[in-house]
Design a protein around this ligand. Structure first.
Ligand code: PLP
Length: 459
């Protein structure tokens, strides 16, 4: 029986033309980009799957809000709207606007981590890890072991390993830990969901030891949808009720609104404690702007207030997660492995399995990303050894646990036909997989090299 996917709960009013280059033109473009997809111009890309962050399509209501947005420096109308929407959705009493997720981290984490040595998360997103380290602490990941096996069928691969977390707290000393962080969904594990049960256990454990419990909430809505599908207690709950259950008792949250709130720029901080919030406001004024706009234009705040609600619409979420499931099912039919069951914002193709003859130091996930561009003008990216880089002490290439080529799907942007192009391209590549060669690096900066490194194909 063919599974039923849920089609777009919208129709298209305005279209953005795409360029379709010939194979020869794409060969020329990727060579000129030194085989690094970050160096490609977006006009030379047909389907852009580099990220789902800030790349979503706003609704007619959001665009209408752009015109309504109040640009007053203090106390703008849109400020009150976003306050009302966020307090209602998340249930925390204090909300601060910031311009994106990492700004929220920059403002909040030094407050939580002052005089502390560690933050422990199910998994830290890269910018979260960076801000933990900038605050003088170390970031420890504590994800459930099922996440490390791409073929293991497990409903909540994003979960915290609670027993191991307690082990760390005892070993490192609760007084040295500034925050226990839950990233929902767990981006780095492949957009994998976290159960409410696991959120509650983690929160209660943190509180038992007097440690603040923080949520990294970028994909609050996608996580709630998975909970409804997979966690028995919530199968008859509404998405807003599940979101409230996820945030119940959380001390604070940071959020990149560029994901589930479907805006191109924006972020939020939420707090339960008035004293922490006072410190947040002061840091926000220094780094982001006055408290009622927090580094954002009024028009963008208005779009955010509306997007927060659109993100938790169940028809939208069914379509959204349905897109991942549709693409994943086409890959299943073709025997192409990915982090499975598929997560919420991307399909993470297992390049190690598709290109087993390419060793990690010749970057199989990068090789697959380049093939996708050559085959069909698709821009994906390496989440593997190419991204991981070199050991800072020895300068030797590190070996990543995974070699993923990530296909991040922007919200409300591509149709099911585009998804078919992606699946067909991967199937064509699989047929000639044995001929595909690895790459070597010819030039690289010392840190975050994957953004700017230059590569060359191996003979
Ligand atoms: C995107 C993201 C961030 C950072 O947000 P930006 O808006 O890109 O600064 C933090 N955490 C998670 C889980 C994210 O996905």
């Amino acid at each position: 029986m063919k599974p039923i996917y849920y089609p777009e709960p919208f129709r298209i009013k305005s279209v953005e033309p795409l360029h379709i280059l010939s194979r020869e033109e794409r060969e020329e473009k990727i060579r000129a980009a030194h085989y690094n997809v970050f160096a490609l111009a977006s006009r030379d890309v047909y389907i852009d799957l580099l990220t789902d962050s800030g790349t979503g399509a706003m609704s007619t209501d959001q665009w209408a809000g752009v015109m309504v947005g109040d640009e007053s420096y203090a106390g703008a109308d849109c400020y009150f709207k976003v306050q009302d929407a966020a307090k209602e959705i998340f249930g925390l009493p204090y909300i601060q606007l910031v311009h994106q997720g990492r700004a929220a981290e920059k403002v909040l984490l030094p407050i939580l981590l002052a005089g502390k040595k560690y933050a422990i998360a199910n998994m830290h997103f890269d910018t979260t890890r960076a801000h933990v380290e900038l605050a003088g602490a170390r970031a420890i990941d504590c994800v459930t072991p099922e996440a490390l096996d791409t073929t293991a069928q497990y409903d909540f691969k994003g979960n915290m390993d609670v027993a191991r977390l307690e082990g760390y707290i005892k070993e490192l000393g609760a007084e040295n830990i500034g925050a226990v962080i839950m990233t929902i969904t767990n981006n780095s594990a492949g957009g994998q969901p976290v159960s409410v049960e696991n959120i509650r256990e983690t929160r209660d454990l943190a509180h038992r030891y007097g440690i603040p419990f923080m949520i990294d909430a970028a994909r609050y809505a996608e996580n709630a949808y998975f909970v409804k599908q997979r966690e028995a207690e919530f199968k008859n709950s509404t998405i807003p009720a599940i979101v409230r259950a996820m945030f119940e008792g959380a001390d604070c949250f940071t959020m990149s609104a560029k994901k589930d709130a479907i805006v191109n720029m924006g972020g939020l901080i939420g707090c339960r404690d008035g004293k922490i919030f006072e410190a947040v406001k002061q840091r926000c004024i220094s780094f982001e702007g006055f408290t009622t706009y927090g580094g954002m234009s009024g028009r963008d705040i208005e779009a955010l207030a509306r997007g927060l609600k659109e993100g938790i619409d169940e028809h939208y979420l069914k379509y959204r997660i349905g897109q991942m499931q549709y693409l994943a099912a086409r890959l299943d039919e073709a025997g192409i492995a990915y982090q499975s069951p598929v997560g919420g914002h991307a399909v993470f193709v297992d390049a190690k399995k598709l290109l087993p003859h390419i060793p990690y130091f010749e970057f199989p996930a990068q090789a697959l990303a380049i093939e996708l561009y050559l085959e069909a003008g698709i821009r994906a990216c390496d989440i593997g050894s190419f991204m991981l880089g070199n050991d800072p002490d020895t300068g030797k290439q590190l070996k990543a646990d995974f070699e993923f080529t990530r296909l991040a799907i922007p919200r409300r942007v591509y149709t099911q036909s585009h998804l078919d192009v992606i699946a067909d391209a991967l199937i064509n590549i699989k047929e000639r997989a044995a001929e595909i060669r690895g790459y070597k690096i010819v030039e690289e900066p010392p840190i975050l090299r994957h953004f700017t490194a230059k590569l060359a194909p191996l003979a």
